[in-house]
Ligand binder design. Sequence first.
Ligand code: G16
Ligand code: MG
Length: 219
Amino acid sequence: AQCGFIFDLDGVIVDTAKYHYLAWKKLANELGFEFTQEQNEMFKGVSRKRCLEILLQIGGITASEEQFNTWMVEKNTDYLAYIAHMDATEILPEVPKVLEYLKKMNIPLALGSASKNAVPILEKVHLKEYFDIIIDGNQVTKAKPDPEVFLKAAKQLGLAPQHCVVFEDAVAGIQAANTAGMVSIGIGEKEVLNEAHYVFNDFTEITLQFLDQLMKPTP
Ligand code: G16
Ligand code: MG
């Protein structure tokens, strides 16, 4: 059967994780506590709402619903300011090469991101046209590690989950892909992404032969 490839956005296609981190750190500091890079690992692939819940837990802060929503807006406003001037130079190494090759091989491609800002980011870096299907934070109700985002992508591609390959930089995203029954490929550190079927530091380590092997029809 035909196979399809699903890409996460933040940390796989573009390096926006650092901007998410800066925006959360700014909020934490305003609220009077520190937020470290290590703690930020837990935020990768996780919805904005869930991130704020974890952040407030770290700071030992309880908030009213109104206050919570104000901080959600504040974080996103700061994040949008950070990404306002983003351009194609922020695409991670060799991502365009991989997308170009998969397109040439007629492989259906989907984006599977938790971010509600996914489409404007793809437009800014001029990669939107590569994706046949885009599933982002505006279309899912259950955040990764729930497999909803990837299952929706597979369904819209018209493919069975076991014929889909997922590229992810987050532990929650790898878990989502595995639960969906897909082939999971971690982009990042082996120690962190140890649940993935394969792990690479970045796309420069992924050969075209490896992609060919993933494309091989499975029964
Ligand atoms: C991304 C990031 C998360 C972020 C989430 C929501 O997910 O990895 O850190 O909290 O999107 O983003 P937004 O606040 O823009 O809706 P992914 O799945 O693209 O890695
Ligand atoms: Mg990610």
